[in-house]
Ligand binder design. Structure first.
Ligand SMILES: Cc1cc2nc3c(=O)[nH]c(=O)nc-3n(C[C@H](O)[C@H](O)[C@H](O)COP(=O)(O)OP(=O)(O)OC[C@H]3O[C@@H](n4cnc5c(N)ncnc54)[C@H](O)[C@@H]3O)c2cc1C
Length: 469
């Protein structure tokens, strides 16, 4: 196996070839490339690609990849750039392929309950389209302007994971372009598939390091007819979080269980200029239940409301109209942006711990906040153990920030490991979390990951320097 770490510097001949594939309207170089393409939403790393290319079909992707492979040029696939770990940043320069322009919904198959899409279709377009057909695509990550290609590559999670699982669970088949330019299909419309290694599942969550997705077949469900949200105020976050394992144990199945604190709600009110239905308590659980009739979900939510009240909830506020649900969930969707707007810079820890360890982990973050004298904000998916913990720079100098951030991260990832947690629940490893992944997986797994990467990408040209490199 051949592994190159040195890449060809792109020149006029390369541009000439690429122009012959896509024409000059969809190829950008130098100052024509918007600065946004040098970073994602948070990853803390910046680098411009040498060339940005908007593609509109598989054939173009295949020709570009084959050329890059033959000429040893690094390539990065880009969706909407809403990632949070620097995964879509071209750290070695080279070609960035913008897949968001490959954005057609190709087929809805109501007999097989599948939707076939190009990778640049946005999450919000998918849910709207399938709901018009009385169908449901359950994965519900907060950022609705992300592309489905990005969601598949980060194995995006979201709020409904408690009941429905994550993106990988809804990918039936993929068409991909391999690093050498060859086109391959994996999986399909079939419900079952025990035919050898699941390459499809390996590509899901591979953060653009193994292949470029050019088509996806997604699994759909019938659209639940009813849903209801409960907003449950608690005196403090400990009490709220400690109730979650009791809800899980009760065998009621909420669609989602989110936790939030008052100051994050206030930040979101200020950010959106909209009032949250209640902001008088220190902490809240936000739960949703869905099903086909009011009676079906009533039993479940009444049971959960009782458990919360027995565990010192102050009240149970029911949101059963679209308007009330919208006001709660739009605020929840804005938490990340609201925290970001409240500070000069921030970074995030997206660990996932067993659900009965969430309270312990959050208490630990309070301890770190005091110990390092740095602002730390939490919110997240209490129902699946995936926490979003934001460390805020505020007025710290660059030196203090980098020193404290590293020290706080080290403590958090060490503690997550002790609690049998994982480095990332849904945002991925990308560039920013590699060192924590390496600390947590051990030599054998690291070696296996590197060999899988090499089996797909012998020249290491596809999104080099990410995940396990
Ligand atoms: C406000 C906010 C809220 C968020 N909430 C959530 C949440 O609840 N849950 C969650 O999981 N994430 C969340 N995210 C993170 C982000 O939206 C996801 O990681 C999303 O999946 C990224 O999609 P994208 O289209 O922006 O991809 P990008 O950021 O452009 O790329 C992400 C990765 O996918 C690769 N990639 C993209 N398209 C392709 C393709 N076609 N083929 C191969 N590789 C490809 C890229 O190379 C990169 O490695 C949130 C982000 C923000 C800003």
């Amino acid at each position: 196996m051949e592994c190159c770490t040195k890449y060809k510097k792109m020149d006029g001949k390369d541009i000439e070839f690429l122009l012959s594939v896509v024409g000059k309207e969809r190829l950008f170089t130098g100052e024509e490339i918007n600065e946004d393409f040098s970073h994602d939403e948070l990853g803390g790393i910046k680098k411009m690609p040498d060339v940005l290319i908007e593609v509109i079909n598989t054939e173009e992707v295949s020709k570009i990849m084959k050329y890059a492979y033959d000429n040893n040029i690094p390539v990065v696939a880009r969706g909407s750039g809403t990632g949070l770990v620097g995964a879509s940043v071209p750290i070695h320069g080279g070609i960035m392929i913008n897949l968001s322009t490959m954005n057609k919904i190709l087929e809805i198959d109501e007999e097989n309950l599948t939707l076939t899409v190009e990778p640049g279709v946005l999450l919000m377009e998918i849910s709207k389209f399938v709901e018009e057909h009385d169908l449901f695509y359950p994965p519900d990550p907060g950022e609705k302007s992300a592309t489905i290609g990005g969601n598949i590559n980060t194995n995006a999670g979201g709020m409904r994971a408690v009941k429905y699982g994550v993106t990988r669970d809804y990918v039936r088949g993929l068409e991909v372009v391999l690093p050498n330019g060859k086109v391959m299909e994996v999986g399909g419309k079939v419900v079952k598939n025990s035919s050898g290694y699941s390459i499809k599942d390996l590509i899901c969550g591979s953060e653009g390091t193994l292949a470029i997705i050019t088509k996806a077949i997604l699994k759909l469900l019938p659209l639940p007819k009813k849903s209801i949200s409960l907003l449950i105020p608690f005196e403090d976050l400990d009490k709220a979080i400690e109730t979650v394992p009791k809800i899980v144990k009760s065998k009621s199945i909420p669609t989602s269980i989110e936790f939030m604190e008052r100051d994050v709600i206030l930040a979101s009110e200020e950010f959106l200029g909209k009032k949250f239905p209640d902001n008088s308590a220190d902490a809240y659980l936000l739960l949703t239940f869905d099903g086909n009739s009011k009676e079906e979900i009533e039993k479940d939510y009444e049971n959960v409301a009782k458990i919360c009240l027995e565990n010192s909830a102050i009240d149970v506020l029911i949101a059963d109209t679209d308007e009330r649900k919208e006001s709660i969930w739009s605020a929840r969707g804005a938490f990340l942006e609201a925290i970001k707007a409240s500070t000069s810079e921030m970074d995030e820890c997206d660990v996932c711990v067993p659900r009965n360890k969430v309270a312990e982990f959050i208490k630990y973050t309070y301890q770190l906040q005091k110990e390092f004298n740095i602002r730390i904000k939490n919110f997240g998916h209490a129902g699946d153990g995936n926490l979003h913990i934001y460390i805020l720079k505020d007025e710290l100098s660059e030196d203090e920030w980098s020193h404290k951030l590293q020290a706080v991260f080290k403590c958090m990832y060490d503690r997550a490991r002790e609690l049998d947690g994982k480095v990332s629940g849904e945002h991925g490893i990308g560039y920013a979390k590699k060192e924590y992944l390496f600390e947590s997986i051990g030599e054998e797994q690291k070696e296996l990951m590197k060999n899988i990467k090499l089996a797909f990408d012998t020249k290491n040209i596809l999104n080099p320097g990410k995940v396990c490199e």
